[in-house]
Ligand binder design. Structure first.
Ligand SMILES: [Zn+2]
Length: 224
């Protein structure tokens, strides 16, 4: 009979042994260099743009068809500078929503939840937040936002849009009582008073209900 002798000592695999000192030092230098590179990157890409002042206000136009008159308004509890747009004539559902100014789409998706308000079921369950929405970066830290769209936006993230280009259709998704367009202009990630065709909207706070009528001059020939 053959006896197998065991010592009870497991053999240590080579890979579990400590690496030689010079390799450990090289790894440490590599880690330090990577951390320094990350710090420089964050400073250049995040901090410097934050400190840069906003550019001049783009000549934004109403986000609706050229020549149409819409009611712009706000109400208590809305939020300062938020603008709700309703057409003064015709059906609101499905009306084209246009880019106020040329830019690059940074959001095209769902904010909150859609709910179930459609032209066929206008009093369906109310959703949360903005529903289908679009955000456009116009450069110089200027942005516009378009909320409660009826259907998935007609544009995609990263897409360049022209002033007056259709980005969606008016609806009532998200937290919306009736079909309308909720619209915002932002400068440096802060909401500001919306201007259209160089004229201030007068919507600067939500202390009281306020409405004003404006006619769209979003008649650009599609300059990107
Ligand atoms: Zn609103």
């Amino acid at each position: 009979m053959l006896w197998t002798v065991t010592t009870g000592q497991p053999t240590t695999p080579r890979s579990h042994r400590r690496a030689p000192r010079r390799i450990r030092r090289a790894v440490l230098i590599g880690v330090v260099a990577a951390v320094l590179a990350a710090v420089v990157y964050v400073a250049a890409v995040v901090v410097v743009p934050l400190l840069r002042p906003a550019g001049p206000r783009p000549l934004f136009q109403l986000p609706v068809a050229c020549g149409e008159t819409w009611q712009l308004g706000t109400y208590p509890g809305h939020d300062d500078y938020d603008v709700d747009l309703f057409p003064t004539e015709g059906e609101a559902w499905g009306r084209p929503v246009l880019a106020s100014y040329a830019g690059t789409v940074t959001v095209a998706g769902i904010n909150g939840s859609l709910g179930g308000r459609t032209p066929e079921n206008p009093n369906g369950p109310r959703g949360r937040g903005g529903g289908y929405w679009v955000k456009i970066d116009h450069g110089g830290k200027w942005e516009t936002q378009y909320l409660h769209l009826l259907e998935p936006p007609l544009v995609r993230v990263g897409q360049r849009v022209a002033q007056g280009e259709q980005i969606g259709r008016l609806g009532s998704t998200g937290n919306s009582g009736a079909p309308h367009l909720h619209y915002e202009q932002r400068r440096g990630w802060e909401k500001v008073e919306s201007y259209f065709d160089g004229v201030p909207s007068g919507i600067t706070h939500d202390d009281t209900e306020y409405t004003v009528r404006r006619t769209s001059n979003n008649c650009a020939s599609g300059q990107r």
